[in-house]
Design a protein around this ligand. Structure first.
Ligand code: PAF
Length: 289
């Protein structure tokens, strides 16, 4: 495994690989580091489907709001490199902020329709920052396929929209949420949780599982408003939970629906703070073929 810090070096590696074997399939896993088994599963999927696996580690300042956790976002490069190597990564691209943004970017990537709701509403500008960094990384690495975790289901919808709208020749491969044994969705931010917060945070996966079961049993014939109310009631039973949003929308277009069966596929998405930690989780339910 090779660690690369400069954009030009990364470009040279890719062009040499393509010169040697034009049909090579390059798989890319973009991350902000502090890797966990969720990231490992993306790397393993890339390993299975591609000839070369490139991982990026870059904590992108542009996708954090002024009062968010950019400064304290957990970082541990040595641990990340060990996990990446064990998961079969060939190249790690880990540039500095100055390398990625030598001067303020005057180009904006504004994706509409799928960014005004959910995390886009709670974190203004977040998806503009994701859009620009993912576009830059795709330009540098020029992957055939890029692997994203479905915990950030809205991010997957946004990136699919971006590559479709801009005709980027990258296949977006969504990968299942990886959970701890007790159901907590894996996230780099889980390290922030105090033990009581972590215990109470299990309400998210528990409630989603129950609502998924209820929805399937009812064949989706349920009003979204009632289901959202039922979810709110369960989460509010946890004294440390501070709800940011509970949403049920069509997926991937993220349009509002009155009854779940109004869409072929729905997302039940939650964002809830426990202490200073904002957690997200979701379930996607297929209601029609
Ligand atoms: O999902 C993430 O970790 C980030 O949003 C991404 C895609 C690496 C862009 O910074």
């Amino acid at each position: 495994m090779e660690l690369i810090r400069q954009i030009q070096d990364m470009r040279n590696v890719i062009s040499n690989l393509r010169a040697d074997k034009p049909s090579i399939r390059i798989g890319f896993v973009p991350t902000m580091g502090f890797l966990h088994q969720g990231h490992a599963s993306l790397l393993q999927a890339a390993r299975q489907q591609c000839d070369i696996v490139v991982l990026s580690i870059f904590v992108n300042p542009l996708q954090f709001g002024p009062n968010e956790d950019f400064e304290r976002y957990p970082r541990d490069e040595a641990r990340d490199l060990a996990l990446a190597e064990a998961a079969g990564t060939d190249f790690v691209f880990s540039p500095s902020t100055a390398e990625m943004y030598p001067r303020p970017s005057k180009t904006k990537i504004l994706i509409s329709g799928v960014t005004e709701q959910l995390c886009g509403a709670s974190r203004p500008g977040h998806f503009d920052g994701v859009g620009i960094v993912v576009t830059k990384l795709f330009q540098i690495i020029q992957p055939n396929a890029a692997f994203f975790g479905m915990k950030d289901a809205q991010q997957v919808a946004v990136i699919k929209q971006l590559v479709t709208d801009l005709n980027m020749p990258v296949e977006i491969v969504p990968c299942a949420i990886i959970r701890e044994q007790d159901g907590l969705a894996m996230s780099s931010r889980n390290v922030y949780l105090q033990s009581e917060e972590r215990e109470q945070a299990l309400v998210l996966s528990r409630t989603l599982k129950q609502m998924e079961r209820q929805t399937i049993e009812a064949g989706g014939d349920l009003p979204t408003a009632e289901l959202k109310q039922a979810i709110r009631k369960q989460i509010e039973e946890m004294p440390l939970a501070d709800i940011d949003y509970i949403e049920i929308l069509a997926y991937p277009d993220l349009e509002p629906i009155e009854r779940l069966k109004d869409a072929k596929q729905v997302i039940i998405a939650l964002a809830v703070r426990f202490g200073k930690t904002r957690l997200i989780d979701n379930v996607i339910i297929q209601l029609q073929e």
